[in-house]
Write a protein that binds this ligand. Structure first.
Ligand code: BG6
Length: 277
C-alpha cells in the first residue's frame, strides 16, 4: 500500500507498507525517515526532537546531500540544497506483495539556478522490500559540465555506540576530517570519541555489527564512504537532537565526496546506489 499523508503543518510524506516492511518518505528532500522490517527494530535512526518543518532538514533517516557534500562547494549551503527542496512523486509500483518502488524527482528552479547555475534532473528511486535500496541519478541537462559531490547520508539506529563496530574498511586510507590528516584504517572501527572520516578505495560491502544484528551496506557508483558520530560535545551543539543522542546512532554515508567527486558532461548521468540489508 502506498499512501500520501500530511501532518497538521502541511508537511507531506509517503507511507509504504508491504508484506515485509514499512517505510515513510518525506516529499521535502526525498527524505526516507523510517524503514523497518515487520516485527524488527527500525534500521534508520530518527531524532525524537527532529522538526518536520518546511524548509528545515529532518534530523535522521537518509538526508540527500546534493549537489555538494559538506562544504565541498563553499558557495552552497552545507550538504547542498536538495534536502530542503520539494520533490515530485513521478512513479509508484507494487510489483509484488513484497516489493514497493517509488520514484521522486527534483529539477532546477529559478531559485536553484540563482545558487548553482546548472539545469539538472535528480531522480531518487527507492525500493522497499526486505532490504532498502536507494538509487540517486543525476542528469546534467545543461550545456556546460558540472562538478558533483553528494551523499546518501544514512543515520543507522544502534543499541548503543559502545556496542557497535564497523567492518570492511580495514586497510583503507581515510581523511580524518577533524585533523585533516590522511591515515590508514587498522581493523574494525569502534567509537570512544568524535569520528568524522572519509574512507577511500571502498569497493566492498561494509558491515555494521551491533549486539543483536548486523546490517550490510553495499554501494555502487562510489568509491568513498563517510563514517560519522558527533560524540558528546558536538552532539550538545547540534540542532534537532538531544544531548545524548550520539549514543543511539552512527552515520555510514554512501558518498561521492572529496577526491571521489564526479564531473558530469552535458547530458551525462551518474547513479549512486546503496543497498541496506
Ligand atoms: C556529516 C559530516 O556528513 O554530516 C559532519 O561529516 C556533519 O561534519 C554531519 O556534522 C551533519 O551535518 P548537518 O549539516 O546535517 O548538521
Amino acid at each position: 500500500m502506498i499512501e500520501l499523508k500530511k501532518l497538521a503543518n502541511g508537511f507531506e510524506y509517503i507511507e509504504i507498507t508491504n508484506q515485509l516492511a514499512y517505510a515513510k518518505i518525506a516529499l521535502q528532500g526525498g527524505h526516507i525517515f523510517h524503514f523497518a522490517r515487520h516485527n524488527e527494530e527500525p534500521v534508520l535512526w530518527l531524532s525524537d526532537t527532529s522538526d518536520f518543518e518546511i524548509g528545515k532538514a529532518i534530523r535522521g533517516g537518509v538526508p540527500i546531500c546534493w549537489p555538494s557534500f559538506g562544504m565541498n562547494n563553499p558557495d552552497l549551503p552545507q550538504h547542498g540544497f536538495a534536502r530542503v527542496r520539494m520533490w515530485k512523486l513521478i512513479n509508484s509500483n507494487e510489483s509484488d506483495a513484497n516489493t514497493t518502488q517509488i520514484t521522486l524527482i527534483l529539477n532546477d528552479t529559478k531559485e536553484s539556478l540563482g545558487m548553482w547555475n546548472y539545469k539538472f534532473e535528480l531522480e531518487l528511486k527507492i525500493t522497499i522490500s526486505d532490504s532498502l535500496t536507494m538509487e540517486l541519478t543525476t542528469t546534467n541537462l545543461d550545456e556546460k559540465p558540472f562538478k558533483l559531490t553528494q551523499a546518501l547520508h544514512t543515520y543507522f539506529q544502534i543499541s548503543d555506540i559502545s556496542n557497535i563496530s564497523i567492518q570492511g574498511l580495514s586497510g583503507k586510507p581515510y581523511l580524518d576530517a577533524l585533523t585533516n590528516k590522511i591515515c590508514k584504517q587498522n581493523g574494525a572501527i569502534t567509537f570512544e570519541q568524535e569520528v568524522d572520516c572519509v574512507y577511500q578505495e571502498v569497493n566492498n560491502e561494509i558491515l555494521l555489527v551491533d549486539k543483536n544484528r548486523t546490517i550490510t551496506i553495499q554501494n555502487e557508483g562510489s568509491s568513498s564512504c563517510v563514517v560519522w558520530n558527533p560524540w558528546i560535545e558536538k552532539c550538545s551543539r547540534m540542532s534537532g537532537m538531544r544531548d545524548d543522542a550520539y549514543k543511539e546512532f552512527v552515520c555510514i554515508e554512501s558518498v561521492n565526496a572529496y577526491d571521489d567527486f564526479k564531473i558530469l558532461l552535458p547530458h551525462a548521468k551518474h547513479t549512486l546506489k546503496a543497498n541496506i540489508s
